[in-house]
Every structure is written in structure tokens, then in C-alpha cells.
Design a protein around this ligand. Structure first.
Ligand SMILES: Cc1cc2nc3c(=O)[nH]c(=O)nc-3n(C[C@H](O)[C@H](O)[C@H](O)COP(=O)(O)O)c2cc1C
Length: 321
């Protein structure tokens, strides 16, 4: 399976819808960017629920919502609310590396405290209706923290465990620690999903050949650097993804990456936000998606220097054609 990684501000509904419209069948499903249980109330969560409401996701890929936080009662309320909306699985974020999050023992900041993880799981699991999966790193301060986390996870009936083999302190620098991942893998009793630095078909093949038992791979930045990547993986790895004739044909007829970028920009124009916010959003996506286009970096940077929304949009359209 190929899974689109959650990326706050990037793989939100807007992106998932445009992506699905252009490349249906590329990903099996997506994990939503996290919904935070901030400060023990659901105000932030309410706002974020818009992203996962089924009526908004009808024309987007299958989704599993993600929760960030440890507030037991709120966790249960939100998970059950998501179940009532139709979600049979929710994902718990134990990987977010941002300092202000991690310092409060949220995200990867909880990995040094396996007893706290146990206490949340003990409270939450018997009380929630959907099944639970978790997304973790190897640790926050050091990669050996996972050695004490895995036995805790093994004690609970989780759906699966996604492992991004970096530590929180690393943020996104350096490389995933594949040796540590390899050492940890046999000790995990749940289905493991690999995540981290799959930017090409060769990267995917490397992960599959190093870890043949791991046949679920989650891709984040790779899908923004090259939106065709999941389709290329499916086409070039028929042993993992036997393609029906129909899918084969549909992949041959997918629109080009420039068309996808144009289409995403059109959707941004339609959003109910200020001109300034639209311009910022276009630039954010452009920084990542423009890597898939020919042309020099200097020319692509023109977009970032433009101020007016019309200019930003026009420059993007000129280069994405
Ligand atoms: C801008 C950004 C936002 C992210 N937001 C989330 C998030 O909401 N939840 C989460 O579990 N991981 C989040 N991540 C981590 C990604 O899901 C993924 O684990 C990470 O990017 C490594 O995978 P990749 O190398 O395929 O991108 C985020 C990453 C980035 C770069």
C-alpha cells in the first residue's frame, strides 16, 4: 500500500482533493494533518474538523484522521465523534518534532516517557469506538527511546504503527536511521508502515528490498516534489502493485504535473481567505511543486518575489504549462 503522509498546511483538504482529481488511485489512503487537543478543549479541533468532514472529502482520497495530544477525556470524545462521522480508524501522532509541541510531551515529545504513552492507551483504548494506529519516530532525544516504547505498544491492540526513523530533535535533517529501524522491526508485533525520505522509485525499491516484510510505505514530501511518484512506483513495481488493465489505462491518461499545479492554483483562488493568504499559499506549494518542472531555480524564484496575487498566479501559470 502507498499512503499519503499527513503534512500540516500541505496535505490538507485542498491538496487532497486536487490530487485525487488528477491522480485517482495513486495513493490507497491519506492520514489527515493532526487535529490538536490543545489546552484541553475542542475549540481548535472543531475548526480542524472541517478538513475531515465526510461531505468535504467525498471527492478526495480515503482518509484516516489524526489526533495530537494526551488529554484523555478529550481524546475519547474526539475519536468517538470521528467514528460517528464514519471513520473506523484514527491515528495518534507521536511523531511531531516541533519544540513547542514536544516540550509539552505531545507528538515525539512523549517518546521519552513510555509510562505516559501506556497511561493514555490504557484510558483511551477501552473507551473509543474506532480502532487506533500510531505514528512515531525513533525517539525525541535519542534513537534508543523506541526500545522502551515498542513493548508498551505491543501490549495494546493497535491497528498499525508507522515509524519515521528519525528522532524529534533532528526535525527533518540528516537521514533516516535505517539500521536502527532494521533492529527494531522484529520486536514490533503490529503491522509496520515505513515512512521517511522516499523521493524516487529507487528509494521505494531500496526500502522494499531492505525490509521485505514491510509492504506499506508512507510518502510525504516526495509527493510534493514529484506528484507522479506514487503512480511511477505502481507502474515500475508490478510485483507489489499488480495493475488491472483499467488502472493501467487510467494511469496512462492522467494529466501532466503542470496541469495539476494549475488546477491546485485555481482551487486556491476559490478559497474563502484573503488575497494575501491566497498568495502565501500559492508560494508555499510552488516552492515544493516547482521542483518537478524544468527551468532554472532563479527563474522559479521570481514567483517568490511577486507581491500581488495576480502576479503570483500569472507567473506560476507561465512556468507551469
Ligand atoms: C510541513 C510538514 C508538516 C507535517 N505535519 C505532520 C502532521 O500533521 N502529522 C504527522 O504525523 N506528521 C507530520 N509531518 C511529518 C510527515 O508526515 C512525515 O513523517 C515526514 O515528512 C517524513 O516523511 P517524508 O520524508 O516522506 O516527507 C509533517 C512534515 C512536514 C514537512
Amino acid at each position: 500500500m502507498l499512503i499519503l503522509a499527513p503534512m500540516q498546511g500541505l496535505t490538507e483538504l485542498l491538496f487532497r482533493r486536487a490530487f485525487y482529481r488528477c491522480f485517482p488511485g495513486a495513493f490507497d489512503y491519506a492520514i489527515s494533518p493532526f487535529i490538536s487537543l490543545t489546552h484541553g478543549n475542542l475549540r481548535d479541533a472543531e475548526k480542524k474538523l472541517t478538513d475531515v468532514l465526510p461531505q468535504n472529502n467525498r471527492d478526495a482520497m480515503l482518509l484516516i484522521p489524526q489526533i495530537l495530544g494526551y488529554e484523555n477525556a478529550e481524546f475519547v470524545d474526539l475519536a468517538n465523534r470521528l467514528f460517528d462521522l464514519g471513520y473506523r480508524e484514527v491515528n495518534w501522532n507521536l511523531g511531531c518534532p516541533m519544540r513547542r509541541v514536544a516540550h509539552k510531551h505531545r507528538g515525539s515529545g512523549m517518546l521519552p516517557y513510555p509510562d505516559e504513552i501506556r497511561s493514555v492507551l490504557e484510558y483511551v483504548l477501552p473507551r473509543i469506538k474506532p480502532s487506533l494506529s500510531v505514528k512515531i519516530r525513533l525517539g525525541y532525544y535519542c534513537a534508543d527511546e523506541i526500545d522502551a516504547v515498542v513493548p508498551v505498544l505491543n501490549d495494546f491492540p493497535l491497528d498499525n504503527v508507522t515509524i519515521h526513523p528519525r528522532i524529534g530533535k533532528q526535525m527533518y535533517s540528516g537521514r533516516p536511521d535505517l539500521q536502527k529501524f532494521q533492529r527494531v522491526l522484529p520486536s514490533v508485533h503490529h503491522r509496520v508502515i515505513y515512512n521517511g525520505d522516499v523521493f524516487s522509485v529507487a528509494d521505494y525499491k531500496k526500502i522494499r528490498s531492505l525490509f521485505p516484510s514491510v509492504n506499506h510505505v508512507m510518502i510525504g514530501r516526495g509527493a510534493l516534489y514529484n506528484p507522479m511518484l506514487p503512480i511511477q512506483i505502481r507502474q515500475q513495481c508490478p510485483e507489489d502493485f499488480p495493475l488491472s488493465d483499467k488502472l493501467q489505462e487510467s494511469f496512462q491518461n492522467v494529466p501532466s504535473i503542470p496541469y495539476f499545479i494549475q488546477s491546485l492554483m485555481e482551487d486556491i483562488l476559490q478559497m474563502d481567505i484573503s488575497h494575501q493568504a491566497k498568495g502565501r499559499k500559492m508560494k508555499e506549494y510552488w516552492c515544493l511543486l516547482s521542483r518537478a518542472l524544468p527551468g532554472t531555480e532563479a527563474r522559479k524564484r521570481h514567483v517568490l518575489h511577486a507581491d500581488r496575487l495576480e502576479d503570483i498566479h500569472r507567473l506560476i501559470l507561465e512556468m507551469a504549462k
